[in-house]
Design a protein around this ligand. Structure first.
Ligand code: CTP
Length: 412
């Protein structure tokens, strides 16, 4: 069963992107009722919203008075999304005003409300807007962080509306009860994602099936929680980089090792979601190896072991190079082995690596890789286990971060 979604649209240039947000919801089977502010109709006509949503559009509390529309729309919603929310709309919502159908509907709603601001960087940074955002978060609304990039004019910075698909996915996850943990606000989070690749020759390499999507979802949620996020990324098919995150691209395990080492000391939380190649060819050939060559070099590739980044992180922390309060989280994709369950294998791995948490999942039969869903167990070093229920990779990221961020006071 789809959700009953109320999509509020504020009067900013990004209102045109709200049309795609409507589509993203309706294509997933959700029923969308669009409630623009009067100003939003300067940017997109009501006919467009009516055609896309299949519902009439009104902006004032004086339409359909006999149906008590200003109360009914908010009451019946499973999810309210306000995208884009202008500085003016944020101020009106924060003040609890009800001077149009949208603000009245938000006041009535008891379901999750996701507000997606979009405005110029100067406005976004203005203390009045900051205070309104904080107030709205205190009220329990989820206010998304804007994306960084090109704004309406030639300027760029934080203030862009996130991608419509990202808004819809994020809001759906919030509707399922997940939240980005606010305790991560201002914290420095380092996340590795994707698989590393080790060259055999100029055309061949050793790689793995990691898509990087879970790591990117973690980056997105951490950024939405207000953290300062750095992603060290190998090979990945994840589509968009998390809003505001610094992204460092690497290819080999040794490059990832160096990139992590450089940034580890300045991190409050480090998550090794990357699938790291354990071995690399002893010698990388300068020219393409030939099948029928005299030394048959392609048939036997000698391997040497790569550094273990996760274990080194733990050693650096023991040695005081990485602060003692930095939380270190590993990942383990396991398949059942004779005489050992996935969880038993993961528990041993957690002990061997010495990290604080290990998120383990069962990848028997190729599950998880490149998929949109995930599940598993979050094992803690003190023996506790948390079941991470099956959900989208965004849901799983919200749960992992909520557990690890809530665990102890992160170092200052
Ligand atoms: N990892 C790492 N450096 C490596 C190998 C793994 O940092 N050289 C990290 C991964 O990013 C992951 C965790 O260690 O967070 C577990 O990875 P995994 O490949 O499951 O561990 P291995 O020690 O390689 O064990 P296995 O023999 O099962 O491959």
């Amino acid at each position: 069963m789809g959700l009953k979604v109320v999509l509020g649209v504020g009067g900013g240039i990004a209102a045109y992107k709200a049309c795609q947000v409507v589509r993203d919801f309706t294509e997933a089977g959700d029923d969308v009722r669009v409630v623009p502010t009067p100003a939003a109709l300067n940017f997109v006509g009501s006919a467009t919203f009516e055609a896309l949503s299949g519902h009439p559009v009104s902006t004032t509390v004086f339409d359909a008075v006999d149906e008590v529309q200003h109360v009914r729309i908010g009451q019946e919603a499973d999810l309210v999304v306000v995208a884009p929310a202008t500085a003016d709309l944020l101020a009106r919502l924060a003040a609890g005003r009800a001077d149009d159908l949208l603000t009245a509907s938000v006041l009535v709603a008891t379901c999750p409300v996701v507000i997606v601001p979009a405005m110029h960087t100067e406005m976004w940074k203005n203390p009045a807007v900051r205070r309104n955002v904080e107030l709205l978060r205190e009220f329990g609304y989820v206010v998304m962080e804007p994306a960084h990039g090109r704004l309406t004019g030639a300027d760029s910075g934080p203030g862009r509306l996130p991608d419509p698909a990202q808004i819809a996915d994020f809001a759906r996850s919030v509707a399922r009860g997940h939240r980005p943990p606010r305790s991560l606000a201002g914290r420095r989070v380092l996340i590795t994602a994707g698989g590393t690749q080790e060259n055999i020759d100029p055309v061949r390499y050793i790689g793995n099936r990691s898509s990087g999507r879970q790591g990117f979802a973690l980056g997105e949620v951490a950024a939405q929680a207000g953290a300062r996020v750095t992603m060290v990324v190998g090979d990945t098919d994840a589509l968009s980089t998390p809003a505001g995150a610094e992204v460092v691209r690497v290819r080999s395990t040794r490059q990832m090792h160096a990139a992590v080492q450089e940034r580890a000391a300045a991190s409050d939380l480090i998550i090794m979601a990357a699938a790291v190649a354990d071995f690399r060819p002893l010698n990388e050939a300068d020219s393409k190896l030939k099948k029928g060559s005299a030394d048959d070099a392609l048939r036997h590739v000698d391997l040497v072991e790569n550094p273990d980044i996760l274990r080194d992180l733990v050693d650096w922390r023991r040695a005081g190079v990485v602060p003692a309060g930095t939380i270190i989280v590993g990942f383990a994709a396991e398949t059942e082995q004779p005489g050992a369950s996935v969880r038993e294998l993961a528990r041993k791995k957690l002990q061997r690596k010495g990290c604080d948490f290990l998120m383990c999942n069962d990848v028997s039969g190729g599950a998880v890789f490149g998929q949109d869903r995930n599940s598993g167990w979050l094992l803690a070093a003190d023996g506790r286990e948390t079941v991470i229920a099956d959900g989208s990779k965004l849901d799983v990221a919200m749960e992992i971060l909520t557990h690890v961020a809530g665990e102890r006071i992160l170092n200052d």
